[in-house]
Ligand binder design. Structure first.
Ligand SMILES: C[S@@+](CC[C@H](N)C(=O)[O-])C[C@H]1O[C@@H](n2cnc3c(N)ncnc32)[C@H](O)[C@@H]1O
Length: 370
């Protein structure tokens, strides 16, 4: 039974087929218009015939002043050649017609005209463009993997990548964008920030959160799936990064418990960050949505940070050892749950290692009192 559950969990993790709603794209993208003028946008996990990213950029091509729009799709995409939502009634116009081998394709657009002559650019114009301009759509040589040489060549040509990449490949996806020094605006789970490399990107100002959340996604079977923790990540400057967090509470030892194993205080709510405390503070990771790098420093992820007091199994006991003096400062009988708590932050409860606060990151005021 346990093995079946684990197997199903594994399958669940690999389920990457969550298609972004146009309204979620519009909601976020309206903050960045100035970045797109004369730029080449690449949507590299996007079947142009179903992706609302492609639809958004094609329809806003003139409005944004784009130079070029490229979209590539992946060979195993379950919606490829099914035209899920975008052009349901349209005949397929890829150079090589749909074939049993289901070759993935790319679309490259350098101009979008009012082909219907109705005075505006709309979906009908995009349909006509794809249908009539033969050189716009072509079959890829490879499988459309964003890591393939062919897609990397397109990436080199691009200025900004905008997409919702597969959740299971999110970190290597963003790592590639950083390696190629591209601007990007991509959707991902907030839990990505607990990955060591991703947190380090936040620390070194290579990535930060955008403005909004994407709350609901289409599924290939026509249903939708809701998420509470899917956000936008970007390296395009956002205004809120420069807005200081307004703090109105004052520090008092009674209101803010200290940690047993780390030299810092626990703050369980962003709105409770005290205005007059300059040491280390553990705060919920949602602080990253309000992170202003001029105001605070990101020290690390609470559970992962090296700590002056460590946790060690010695015979049938767990010892808390102060690494500065090598003294055993507290002992517990060995229990599996206690062992699993490992090096987590622990609240100091009257001199005893107590509760583990939920998902903290450690921050510190940048400006220190003189
Ligand atoms: C989360 S879905 C989002 C699709 C689309 N970008 C959207 O937002 O509607 C991720 C897509 O990436 C595709 N994909 C999976 N692995 C890929 C890879 N290695 N390279 C490129 N695309 C991939 C999946 O088939 C899926 O269509």
């Amino acid at each position: 039974m346990a093995r079946v559950d684990a197997f199903n969990k594994g399958r669940e993790r690999e389920d990457d087929e969550f298609y972004t709603r146009l309204e979620d794209i519009e909601n976020e993208l309206r903050h960045y218009k100035e970045y797109f003028k004369n730029k080449t946008v690449f949507c590299n996990c996007d079947d142009p015939y179903e992706s609302n990213f492609f639809k958004y950029f094609a329809m806003n091509f003139q409005h944004l002043g784009l130079k070029k729009l490229i979209a590539t799709c992946y060979v195993t995409s379950p919606v490829m050649y099914t035209q899920l939502s975008l052009f349901d009634d349209m005949e397929f116009s890829v150079e090589a017609p749909p074939n049993p081998n289901k070759k993935p394709y790319k679309v490259e657009i350098t101009e979008v005209e009012d082909l219907t002559g109705n005075g505006a650019i709309d979906l009908e114009d995009i349909k006509l463009l794809l249908k009539n301009k033969k050189n716009v759509c072509s079959v890829l040589k490879g499988d459309g993997d964003f890591r393939s040489d062919e897609c990397k060549d397109l990436l080199k040509e691009a200025d900004i990548v905008v997409t919702n990449p597969p959740f299971s490949l999110w970190t290597p996806f963003v790592a590639l964008l950083l390696e190629y020094q591209k601007d990007f605006l991509v959707i991902g789970r907030e839990t990505n920030t607990t990955i060591k490399a991703v947190f380090e990107w936040f620390q070194s100002n290579k990535i930060w959160y955008g403005y909004t959340h994407a709350k609901e996604f289409y599924r290939p079977d026509g249903t939708t799936k809701k998420f509470g923790n899917v956000a936008w990540f970007t390296n395009l400057d956002v205004k809120k990064r420069h807005d200081p967090l307004i703090m109105y509470k004052s520090y008092s030892p009674d209101a803010y418990p200290r940690y047993f194993n780390y030299d810092g205080i626990d703050v369980d709510d962003i709105s409770s960050i005290p205005q007059d405390y300059y040491g280390y503070m553990g705060v919920p990771s949602s602080y990253l949505f309000q992170y202003n790098p001029d105001q605070f420093e990101l020290i690390g992820i609470g559970n992962r940070l090296p700590k002056p007091i460590i946790h060690k199994t010695v015979g049938d006991e767990i010892h808390f050892i102060d690494t500065r003096t090598n003294e055993v400062v507290y002992k517990f009988p060995y229990t599996v749950p206690e062992r699993k708590r490992g090096n987590s932050l622990r609240i100091n409860e009257n001199g005893v290692p107590g509760d583990i606060p939920f998902g903290r990151i450690i921050i510190r005021r940048k400006e220190q009192p003189t």
